[in-house]
Write a protein that binds this ligand. Structure first.
Ligand code: MEV
Length: 324
């Protein structure tokens, strides 16, 4: 009988420390319960075949031993393909593989690329009987992401692997779970897709041009992230909201805000949120607000009024797992 393995991994939401994490400062990320599911079946033919119907990929196939990183093409395929290449180079795959992905991700910005990378590596490890630790899974996934996009702190991979809420340093230098159970969040998509590599390089350029000021901002972001960690542990959401507002001000100073995100952030603050900020690279994608349960309805209405799309998703989700 052919072996079939099914893996799922969660998405992510950056809570604090985006951009400054690229400069050695900590960030806080939470895993969210929109999951990527991947089914992998080993085959005799030395080919990688990918089906990803939700993003229109049908019948995509490549020779397993001549996989290479391609600069364009659908993102979903590039991460899966490169993960298979990296795994094959490291362990030597004894078979070809048919892969099918199914995404529960409603929007961009919630980490579908990192989740599909982690699912692929985990599936191959299971099929080849390699008992990879979380750290090894992270290292192979991180190598994949760097090969595909050349940059990234790896925080999204850590969220997909460890799950929960993490205090994280660039390249996985520190991956520390933060103990919290629920987070009172309202998450919204701005309707604009963020261009992460472009935003990251614009901040790098700013840092080159004005090192002293930028280092000062990153230092403040570090203090905010450290205080937010304590606030989250104490469940002091008023304090965490206040810190989110300050972090947002500093992100604006880095030049990664945009009018659409600001409209949603102010709508949330003005309708009773403790605080709100963008999440991720900026220039689009998501924002979140910290909101007491009693005010959630009001905040959601205000956000929808400004054209935001509220995403019903829970934080602190479980990391990658084998599905039955
Ligand atoms: C993007 O979601 C977050 C950044 O900090 C980049 C990264 O950490 O990889 C801007």
């Amino acid at each position: 009988m052919r072996r079939v393995i099914k893996i799922s991994a969660p998405g992510k939401l950056m809570l604090f420390g985006e951009h400054s994490v690229m400069f050695g400062k900590p960030c806080i990320v939470t895993a969210v319960d929109q999951r990527m599911t991947l089914v992998a079946i080993p085959t005799e033919e030395r080919k990688l075949k990918i089906e990803a119907p939700d993003i229109g990929i049908i019948g995509h196939q490549r020779e397993l031993d001549s996989l290479r990183v391609v600069a364009n093409g659908p993102k979903g395929v590039r991460f899966v393909e490169t993960a298979v290449k990296v795994f094959n180079e490291k362990f030597g795959l004894p078979f070809g593989v048919d892969v099918e992905t199914k995404s529960a991700f409603e929007t961009s910005g919630l980490g579908s690329s990192s989740a599909s990378t982690v699912c692929t590596v985990k599936a191959l490890a299971e099929l080849t009987g390699n008992r990879l630790s979380k750290r090894e899974l992270f290292d192979i996934s991180y190598k994949t992401v760097l090969e595909v996009q050349g940059t990234g702190s790896g925080f999204d991979l850590a969220a997909a692997i460890w799950g929960g809420t993490l205090y994280y340093l660039y390249g996985g230098e520190k991956i520390e779970p933060i103990k919290i159970d629920k987070l009172p969040l309202v998450i919204t998509h701005s309707g604009i897709k963020a261009e992460t590599p472009a935003m990251v390089s614009s901040v790098k350029q700013k840092h080159k041009e004005n090192r002293k000021v930028m280092d000062g901002i990153f230092k403040l972001m570090e203090e905010i992230t450290d205080s937010a960690k304590q606030g989250l542990e104490r469940k002091d959401y008023k304090e965490v909201g206040e810190l989110a507002n300050i972090n947002q001000g500093l992100l604006e100073a880095l030049g990664v805000g945009c009018a659409e995100l600001s409209r949603l952030i102010f709508a949330a603050r003005n309708s009773g949120a403790y605080g709100a900020k963008l999440s991720g690279a900026g220039g689009g994608d998501c924002m979140y607000a910290i909101v007491a349960n009693r005010n959630k309805g009001r905040v959601k209405d205000a956000i929808k009024d400004k054209g935001g799309r509220v995403i019903e998703v829970r934080a602190n989700a479980e990391g990658v797992r084998v599905e039955k």
